[in-house]
Ligand binder design. Structure first.
Ligand code: SAM
Length: 198
């Protein structure tokens, strides 16, 4: 869903999916790489905080990622940051990984900084996390990015992600946007600052 919506938006904007250099944040065992490879992206880098996720991805999908980093994207070590920079990434995907108990807004902002100034962003998130009352910071982050014209919104779609164990549908948004430039320092310190100073 996220990858097909990203590909659709990129093509609609007259750009090429095949030249994208993608960072897959919270890559886990690499399911998302199957989709991204289907669309023929140029380069694909995975990143996860858990070493066993990397091991599983390399075992199950040895050709999935061009490189797979293990790091906490809330506060990545200098070596990982400079290695990521060398990949000259221009798209960020984050699938089924944002929100409570998973990837915090601070890590997403840091990942946003690693991609090009006009890079693409594509993620999905439970609808609750984009409500005003959300304490995780994603609603405030998305609002700030749009209010300050820091991204151009290409797609926002609500859909039924999957059934919960209670048999209820879990509703998600998929969002695709394009950065309009570097993130300003006030946004970085507001959303990633406390993590960076830890
Ligand atoms: C629910 S899994 C999603 C995996 C994959 N994207 C998928 O769709 O199957 C979320 C992943 O985010 C990773 N994660 C959580 N916090 C993170 C962080 N601060 N930095 C990098 N990865 C993180 C977790 O280790 C986990 O593998």
């Amino acid at each position: 869903m996220v990858v097909s919506r990203l590909a659709g938006a990129v093509r609609h904007a007259g750009e090429s999916v095949e030249t994208l250099r993608v960072l897959d944040l919270g890559a886990g065992n690499g399911i998302v790489s199957d989709e991204l490879k289907k669309f023929g992206v140029a380069r694909l880098v995975g990143l996860d905080i858990i070493e066993s996720a990397r091991e599983a991805a390399l075992r199950d999908r040895p050709a999935g990622y061009d490189e797979y980093f293990v790091a906490d994207m809330t506060n990545p070590d200098a070596e990982t940051s400079s290695a990521l920079e060398e990949w000259r990434l221009d798209a960020l995907t984050c699938v089924a990984a944002l929100g409570f108990d998973d990837i915090p807004a601070a890590a997403f902002v840091t990942a946003m900084e690693t991609i090009a100034e006009d890079g693409w962003l594509a993620f999905n998130i439970k609808t609750d996390f984009l409500q005003k009352a959300d304490k995780g910071g994603f609603a405030a982050l998305v609002k700030a990015l749009l209010d300050h014209d820091l991204v151009e919104l290409h797609l926002l779609e609500r859909y039924r992600h999957r059934l919960s164990i209670d048999g209820e549908w879990l509703e998600y948004f998929v969002l695709v946007a394009k950065k309009r430039g570097p993130l300003p320092p006030d946004i970085i310190s507001r959303f990633a600052g406390s993590a960076a100073s830890q």
